[in-house]
Design a protein around this ligand. Structure first.
Ligand code: SF4
Length: 467
């Protein structure tokens, strides 16, 4: 019987079935960062346990670090304390840490693929919701909580229930000015923020097959925002070409052997799914969220929907969203005034994202009332962008060019919204308070759309700028 990638990877990593019916699943790669590890390491110390597989455990600093002045000690004492914990724990347990001195530091979901740590057919865990990102290369990757981080550190295993599998097909082709971010925002719009609960998503269809690896990383990154436990794309030649020559991928004959394995884990023709959803890629336009979860979005030419047009149960959330955002039902999203523009995060902080934003930045100057930040996802992304002169393009246009980190994706560092500021953001969450101000407002969109909004000072259809 034809099998899916999920079936094959799950079986290959099953240690045993637990009395609860869950699987004891071996985790091939454990990525860690400073926020969800201090308590986990403390528990290990109290229990006098070692890290079970240090050679499969890699750390970085991303969530709390400042992106302007990284001089130690950090100005924020809490950030400094977390960094110190991370340094101490990584040393005490003899683990590899990619800190600023290595030139390889960055957001955990940017550096994993970039270093070739993330490989097809793996199981991957990390104490961050957006671990689903790594599925882009054909891995099964889960975000986990602090207690599970402890479990993986101590045993290299997780107790997991195997999710059902939905194939999400994106048919046709994308129009100019429509990007991977628009695709995943539209998938979430159509299937809902809870639509993926209990499922893994296998992304397929011509639009996904034609995507670069960086675009696939953007799509898989937001699987969790659609409720899915993880999301993946079957490994293909794009995957192989992306991984060739990376620091942690094998080389020579070992690479060829790895490729045979990688391609062998792909879903076989004729395999069946618990569900299949189809999206017409040609109908997707640049998407902008208008509300307080990533499903609350519209195409940039559309208007904000009315709560009355929603099912009864959803109306209170719609009303709450309109009140928080200060929008009226029926108002066009295009033209909404912004105060802050942010290009970065593990969704859209890669080199191709910065290139697209820079193309738009060349066409104007940041509007006077807008604070605009460009934050590379990793030191390597920053270095490559600077080698191409992208940093200068951004500076000339009035954007701030920052150092690598999570930055304004979440309010755990100095980059925060102030008061009711409205942010055009390439990140992945628009929950109330996510960008650091309890009254701040977030509009999610593609990096191209963020750059366009930065220049005009309002939500803008980037296709008009690209003409
Ligand atoms: S960029 Fe945002 S979502 Fe990604 S790892 Fe950092 S905080 Fe998490």
């Amino acid at each position: 019987m034809a099998r899916t990638l999920l079936d094959k990877v799950w079986e290959a990593h099953t240690v045993r079935t637990l009395p609860s019916g869950q699987t004891q699943l071996l985790i091939g790669l454990h990525l860690i960062h400073e926020v969800t590890t201090p308590q986990a390491f403390q528990m290990l110390k109290e229990l006098k346990l070692k890290v079970r597989m240090p050679e499969r455990t890699f750390g970085t600093l991303d969530h709390i670090i400042p992106t302007a002045d990284q001089t130690r000690p950090y100005a924020d004492p809490e950030a400094e304390e977390m960094a110190q914990h991370m340094y101490r724990n990584m040393k005490d347990f003899n683990l590899q840490l990619f800190d600023m001195s290595t030139g390889k530091q960055g957001i955990v979901h940017v550096i994993g693929p970039e270093l070739g740590l993330t490989q097809p057919g793996m199981t991957i865990a990390c104490g961050d919701s957006h671990t689903s990102t790594h599925g882009a290369v054909g891995a099964i990757a889960f975000g986990i909580g602090t207690t599970q981080v402890r479990d993986v550190l101590a045993t290299q295993c997780l107790a997991m229930a195997k999710p059902k599998l939905r194939q999400v097909r994106v048919e046709g082709a994308l129009a100019k000015g429509v990007y991977a971010k628009d695709v995943i925002l539209w998938i979430i719009n159509q299937l809902g923020v809870k639509g993926g609960v209990g499922y893994a998503y296998e992304y397929a269809g011509p639009v996904i097959e034609w995507m670069t690896m960086e675009e696939r990383l953007t799509v898989c990154n937001m699987s969790i925002e659609g409720g899915a436990r993880c999301g993946y794309v079957n490994p293909d030649q794009t995957t192989v070409d992306y991984l060739r020559g990376k620091l942690y991928t094998p080389s020579g004959a070992a690479f060829d052997r790895a490729v045979t394995y990688w391609k062998g884990v792909a879903t076989e023709p004729g395999a069946s799914f618990d569900d299949v959803a189809s999206i017409d890629g040609a109908r997707i336009e640049p998407v902008v969220t208008w509300g307080i979860n990533p499903e609350m979005s519209v195409g940039v030419t559309q208007s904000i929907p009315s709560p009355e047009a929603q099912p009864e149960a959803e109306r209170p959330t719609f009303r709450e969203a309109l009140a928080h955002m200060g929008f009226q039902a029926g108002q066009p999203i295009k033209g909404a005034r912004i105060d802050v523009a942010f290009v970065g995060s593990c969704t859209n902080g890669r080199l191709s994202d910065l290139r697209i934003a820079a193309e738009i930045a060349k066409k104007g100057k940041v509007a006077k009332h807008v604070r605009a930040l460009i934050v590379p996802g990793s030191q390597q992304v920053a270095k490559a962008a600077e080698a191409e002169g992208l940093d200068e393009v951004f500076r000339q246009a009035g954007f701030q060019w920052r150092k690598a980190g999570c930055s304004m994706c979440l309010g755990m560092n100095d980059d925060k919204l102030q008061g009711r500021e409205m942010s055009a953001s390439s990140s992945n969450r628009n929950f109330i308070g996510r960008q650091g101000s309890p009254t701040g407002r977030t509009l999610l969109m593609s990096p191209a759309m963020v750059a366009a909004a930065a220049i005009t000072g309002t939500v803008t259809d980037v296709r008009e700028i690209l003409r």
